[in-house]
Design a protein around this ligand. Structure first.
Ligand SMILES: NC(=O)c1ccc[n+]([C@@H]2O[C@H](COP(=O)([O-])OP(=O)(O)OC[C@H]3O[C@@H](n4cnc5c(N)ncnc54)[C@H](OP(=O)(O)O)[C@@H]3O)[C@@H](O)[C@H]2O)c1
Length: 276
């Protein structure tokens, strides 16, 4: 199977490198990007490269890893080629699958930009994919075949956790939660470490302790889904009249839960705006 990537920026790079790491030798990867320095970078990393049109034509599955604002321009040449293709070529093209990682861009918009109805998988990845701990929201258009579906699911489950949704609107919520989420959590880690530094720890020690605390806590939540609620895990730490109770009071005074709920809400709204 040949897998193409249009766009070799932050996410294109993360996904193509992860795919290479986890796929068998029969999987060929081919990359295109508008930016010549990115093409050079891809070549240096050992990838085959070509232009957008050739990547599309040569691939069975094409990952679209450009910014939402570049959707039309990145598919322009491909749209023109499809317009001029005969019926036989159009039927071959219809067997390809596009995997879009674009925030806020609905399937109908991609179909419009291509000028042909082909199967599309929307995924919302996040940057921890780089360390094999991605979180992926996934939505399949109705016409996606089992082979590309299984390929994408197998790949993503190797580099993180997947959640498939039946309603495309929920992709905006996933963008606001796990797509943008690493940025929120990096702030949390940094803020916890700042607290540690303020109370006398070295920066390095404070960062190790805060990051490991987030990692370990996340692992406990994931291992206890359907068994222990996060509130119960919190109660295991918070003893009566103890230190944690004082910390929790300070967090509640500063409306920490409201701040995170609002962050997801605002990011979701922005993703919905992008789709207009
Ligand atoms: N970054 C994240 O954490 C994250 C998380 C989830 C989803 N996403 C989604 O991932 C997508 C890509 O984000 P990113 O951070 O990887 O962006 P990025 O670093 O800007 O990468 C996009 C790449 O595509 C290139 N490009 C632009 N127009 C093109 C065209 N017509 N043909 C071929 N290549 C073109 C860009 O080149 P130029 O730089 O020259 O424009 C750039 O190298 C976005 O749609 C975003 O919504 C990102």
């Amino acid at each position: 199977m040949t897998i193409g990537f249009i766009g070799f920026g932050n996410m294109g790079k993360v996904l193509s490198e992860s795919l290479r790491k986890f796929s068998d030798t029969q999987t060929e990867i081919i990359i295109s990007d508008k930016d010549y320095s990115k093409i050079e970078e891809a070549k240096k990393a050992g990838f085959k490269t070509d232009n957008n049109k050739e990547v599309f034509l040569k691939s069975d599955i094409v990952f679209l890893c450009i910014k939402p604002k570049d959707l039309i321009s990145s598919l322009e040449e491909i749209k023109q080629m499809i317009k001029e293709a005969d019926e036989k070529s159009k039927n071959i093209i219809k067997k390809k699958t596009i995997v879009s990682i674009l925030a806020g861009i609905r399937i109908s918009k991609i179909i419009d930009a291509l000028g042909i109805e082909i199967p599309i998988i929307r995924i919302m990845p996040n940057t921890p994919t780089l360390v094999g701990e991605g979180a992926f929201g996934i939505y399949f258009s109705e016409n996606v075949e089992e082979t590309p579906k299984n390929f994408v699911m197998n790949f993503l489950n190797k580099v993180g956790k997947t959640v498939v949704v039946e309603n495309e609107d929920l992709m905006d919520t996933i963008t606001g939660l796990s797509g943008s989420g690493p940025a929120y959590i990096f702030m949390v880690i940094q803020a916890l470490a700042d607290g540690g530094v303020r109370m006398g720890l070295s920066r390095k020690d404070a960062l190790i302790l805060s990051a490991q605390t987030v990692l370990g806590s996340a692992k406990m939540v994931l291992e206890n889904i359907g068994k222990l609620h996060p509130e119960e895990l919190k109660d295991m730490v918070m003893s009566p009249g103890g230190t944690t109770a004082e910390g929790i009071k300070a967090l509640e005074e500063n409306r920490i839960r409201f701040a995170f709920i609002k962050a997801v809400e605002e990011a979701t709204k922005k993703s919905k705006e992008l789709s207009k």
